[in-house]
Design a protein. Sequence first.
Length: 406
Amino acid sequence: MKAKILRTDAELFIIEQYLDELAAVADVVTTQSTDEDALALEATDAEIILTCYTAITEKVIEAAKNLKGIVKYGVGTDAIDIEAATQRGVMVINCPDYGSDTVADHAFALLIALARRIPVLDRVMQENAWAWPAAEYLGVDLSGKTIGLVGFGRIGRCMARRAEGFSMTRLATDPYVDFAIFDEYGVQSAGLDEMLERSDFVSIHCVLTPETTGLIGEAELKRMKDTAFLIDVSRGAIIDEGALIRALDENAIAGAAFDVFADEPLALGFPLLGRDNVILTPHLAWYTKEAFERVERDTLDGVRDVLSGNRPKNLKNVEVLGFLAAFFISLVLPWNPTEAREIDHAHQYKACMALAKKSPEEAFETALTWRDLGGGDAAEHCVAAALIGLGQYTDAAGRMETLAGQ
């Protein structure tokens, strides 16, 4: 019997050209529904869920009793309940490498369009065939200006390279990136407040998490220069849209450009529509011929890996592989907490302590290995927990004696 793949967000047409190929090994069922209850019902017998913007909630994951993997067409996985998937042993796979340059190109195009008033100049030409110099058409140079990057992951670094080519001073804020990376790119590390105060252009490139939701609010917008521009190609909810609208109404900043919004698609009457100093695009910063082909290939590879039982290249929750495998993978993965691919000591400790309750023997071997690899006190606690499970000691004296022997 073939595996079932439940495919959402069909309007994006991603992997459309590969549906026949997938049909040879799986039954691909396309759903138009975004309703949680309807999705949960359709997912009951699915082994893989292919998705993009549709929310894959804990309820959907729990309903899918045969689910092995959730494959995201794209980078951001904020619409997927990764914790629920991990608890169920379901792999979550994304496509982080397909469009970094592509999205950075779009972000920088928005930056240039803001600086040189391109949409306004185009509109006046379309309406009047010509325009003479006037204050509302006056642009600004990029050379010598300062760009501030909120987030310095893949796309932020691509953006920094583009800004370098325009002789811009480059600042970035990202508490999860090593200072050596900033030095490698010739970018100054700065706190968020300092960066906002110094920058002529602020560009958002961080992922959406509880920590970054509403990161740019009223207080942050007030720190920006009244001549500064704000650009967001990451996630709309990172910016407080109400505070942004007030800042634009009060001329507290010079303008803004967005490819992403807190609620998509937009409705007619959205308050940012129809403004000369605001540029809006419909979440298509990633949408080029080449990037589309890459995300299709990466998505297909993720599906194939799940179906064949291989470890996917872009696995977000390596914990599902089992503690020991996840731990060794964490040793060789790049330190990139911004994309949440690391397994830190807290994860290792939690996994090992849970294992001690289920299989003390396996937990004991695992904890010893971790301790030998430098796990420190956390590993020692796990060794102790495993020994308790094995009945080796029940009091502090016994613990010390047993640990000394080990």
